[in-house]
Design a protein around this ligand. Structure first.
Ligand SMILES: *Cc1c(COP(=O)(O)O)cnc(C)c1O
Length: 403
């Protein structure tokens, strides 16, 4: 007989999903009500406000797409790209490559600006591409490249897009909630995120926001949006303002309760405090990893605190080491993708997972696992992380005295 499924206990330190706060799981289990129930519509209105605050935008077209981050990506391209349109796409990892594919599948022309995996997007190359292609309608890039752990300068890239009369389409799946993201101040035109990374909500939702300029572009389309499900003209009939909402698809009611709760938690903490928390635990983890002798893929100024990519030391069996972390310590870390497969580990500190006990547990476990493969660094990782926490406490105390 097949019985109820009870997942094992895990600490999720991979590239997503991340650990979920118990309050979010509790919200998920509340009774399902109709997706056109006035009480539900009231919750949706709050959810839009919470998303606008998290994205730091006034954009009225701000909503969660009822599907994972990949669908948020498709929604941006499906609505903004028409056949023949030229889009400059920055590719410095897996997700930039997917953006390019989206453009091409829609009949658009992608001009690719390539950077090495682990490098941020090169502003000079982007500027050259925009100069060479004045007909470009959009510049698309990934703010936080989860496949490599590199952060690109989103503010500067958006400025370039604006200067060349392009819309800026930004993948913020891993950035939202983990590092500063300023949709209005930076002039982002279309942005999509994910529920399961630094928001620590269940997978399967993609917060999205479009500027007035992006909405104007949808209005000027001469061909219908190629995706029925992701056509924002239709989606807005359900998510739009006022009490009259038309059925478009059945909203994932309970998942939306969970997103509402995750965003309430973010407000209670304060988004800037959440950014600081990710930075703090990253510093401690980085100190510990360095003490273990592990090398980061990304140069320090461009590292994402929420995604730490390190080279696997020679002699260590990637799959066996990750299997041991999972089976003996209940810790999930991420494998390398594409050219990084077998060469790199990706240690996520996303959302609710970005906590001291997880950093210390991860370092202690890694040390034990590495020792199994003959890489020895007795006690050094945990001690280095603890020292980093003590130093941060000291700085905070100094700051309080000074201010
Ligand atoms: C995870 C991720 C996606 C895709 O999100 P899914 O929810 O897995 O569909 C897109 N872009 C980036 C940068 C991501 O990290």
């Amino acid at each position: 007989m097949i019985r109820s499924f009870h997942p094992p206990r895990r600490i999720l330190l991979g590239p997503g999903p991340s650990d979920i706060h118990p309050r979010v799981l509790a919200a998920l289990s509340r009774s399902t009500i109709g997706h056109l129930d006035p009480a539900f519509i009231g919750m949706m209105d709050e959810l839009k406000v919470l998303l606008q605050r998290a994205f730091r935008t006034q954009n009225p077209l701000t909503l969660p797409v009822s599907a994972p981050g990949s669908a948020g990506m498709e929604a941006c391209f499906a609505n903004l790209v028409e056949p023949g349109d030229l889009v400059v796409v920055c590719e410095n990892g897996v997700f930039g490559a997917r953006m390019r594919e989206n453009v091409e599948r829609l009949g658009g022309r992608a001009v690719v600006v390539r950077d090495e995996w682990g490098e941020p997007v090169d502003l000079n190359k982007v500027e050259d591409a925009l100069k060479a292609h004045p007909e470009a309608v959009a510049l698309a890039f990934v703010h936080a490249e989860t496949s490599t752990g590199a952060r690109s300068d989103a503010a500067a890239l958006c400025q370039l897009a604006r200067r060349h009369g392009c819309l800026a389409i930004v993948d913020a799946v891993t950035s939202l909630g983990g590092i500063p993201l300023e949709v209005d101040a930076w002039g982002i035109d279309a942005v999509y995120a994910g529920s399961q990374k630094c928001l620590s909500c269940v997978p399967g939702l993609s917060p999205l926001s479009f500027s007035e300029r992006a909405v104007a572009r949808i209005r000027r389309r001469t061909t219908p949006v190629k995706s029925w499900f992701l056509d924002l003209n239709l989606v807005m009939g359900y998510w739009g303002t006022g009490t009259k909402r038309a059925y478009h698809h059945t909203a994932p009611v309970n998942a939306l309760y969970a997103l509402h709760e995750a965003l309430v938690l973010l407000e209670e903490e304060g988004i800037e405090n959440a950014w600081r928390r990710h930075a703090l635990h990253h510093r401690a983890l980085a100190a510990g990893l360095a003490a273990l002798g592990l090398q980061f893929v990304v140069a320090e100024p461009h590292r994402l605190p929420q995604l730490n990519a390190v080279y696997i030391p020679p002699g260590v069996d990637d799959a066996a080491a990750r299997a041991m972390l999972l089976a003996d310590f209940g810790i999930e870390i991420g494998a390398g993708l594409g050219p990084f497969a077998g060469k790199v580990w990706r240690i996520g500190l996303m959302g609710h997972a970005a906590r001291k006990e997880n950093v210390l547990a991860c370092l202690a476990a890694l040390e034990a696992v590495l020792a199994r493969f003959g890489v020895r660094a007795a006690g050094a990782g945990v001690a280095a992380a603890l020292a980093a926490y003590t130093a941060a406490e000291g700085e905070k105390a100094e700051g309080h005295k000074g201010g």
